[in-house]
Design a binder for this molecule. Structure first.
Ligand code: ZN
Length: 274
């Protein structure tokens, strides 16, 4: 049974209800000690103010969401993505985040070349890694479910992410999100391959049947079909001892509820089904 001290909440889980300040105060009020921060929310209050609030509440920042989106149709587009990623690295360092989460991007506009997009991702990560290493900020590739390969991330399995880590070396790891990876028959093996050093985050929610929206209909842990406790066992067998980060995008359900109820339910389900 996981302990409350291992629970973190990604602020996307209460994104429609709470600002960053409200999320930090709200999570802390419930005894949650970890938060993943989104850049748009961070921009609303500014990095310095955010760093102060996080410090005041002794919050661990499990990650900054998000960098990535490397593929682009032309040189200026690629350069803009690299510049934006370097700014994200600096912001992540300024708020003491444990990693910058990379949603790597899908196909450039009007392209059918997914192999080419994947090469752009590799080259983009390689280009920003020196800056990340200089800032002592680990980059966490988050493989996304293949339904997002065209528009969000063309890295879709742990095996692909592990291959990128093998190729590009230190400073690069992986965020393991059960929503994106639960279906993969190689998951246990690839989590073991990643090991303690590479696993930079563990994200939890549930896969609802039916899923009504590709992006905004994630379920609360226990409401769907993912054996979260089993996958947690695999990441812990690999040596991971970090936070379990609840990340729920839920336009028609959890984003419409009282945020204190949402946080309370996260705590309860974390304890009982994760
Ligand atoms: Zn995630």
């Amino acid at each position: 049974m996981p302990e409350l001290k291992r629970l973190a909440i990604n602020q996307a889980t209460t994104r429609t209800q709470w600002s960053l300040r409200q999320a930090i105060e709200g999570y802390a009020r419930h005894g949650v000690k970890g938060i993943a921060v989104w850049r748009d929310k961070l921009a609303e209050c500014g990095v310095a103010e955010a760093a102060g609030m996080l410090n005041d509440h002794a919050m661990t920042v499990t990650g900054l969401c998000r960098g990535g989106m490397f593929p682009a149709a032309d040189g200026p587009g690629i350069q803009a993505a690299l510049d934006d990623n370097r700014r994200a690295i600096d912001d992540a360092a300024a708020i003491g985040a444990q990693c910058l989460v990379l949603v790597v991007g899908g196909l450039p506009k009007i392209s059918r070349d997914i192999a080419g997009a994947r090469a752009m991702v590799r080259d983009g990560i390689a280009a920003i890694l020196p800056h990340a290493r200089g800032a002592n900020m680990p980059l966490a590739i988050e493989p996304l479910h293949p339904m997002y390969a065209a528009d969000r991330a063309c890295v879709n399995t742990m095996a692909q992410a592990n291959d990128l880590c093998d190729e590009l070396g230190d400073g690069l790891g992986i965020a393991v999100d059960v929503y994106h990876l639960w279906w993969d028959p190689d998951l246990e093996k690839q989590i073991a391959r990643a090991g303690k050093k590479r696993i930079l985050g563990f994200h939890i929610c549930d896969w609802l049947v039916p899923t009504r929206d590709m992006l905004l209909d994630r379920g609360m842990m226990g409401d769907g079909v993912i054996d979260i406790a089993r996958i947690r066992g695999w990441v812990e067998d690999a040596g991971y001892d970090g936070y379990h980060e609840v990340e729920i995008f839920s336009q028609e359900n959890w984003w419409k509820r009282d945020p204190d109820e949402v946080v309370g339910t996260c705590i309860e389900r974390h304890r009982t089904v994760c």
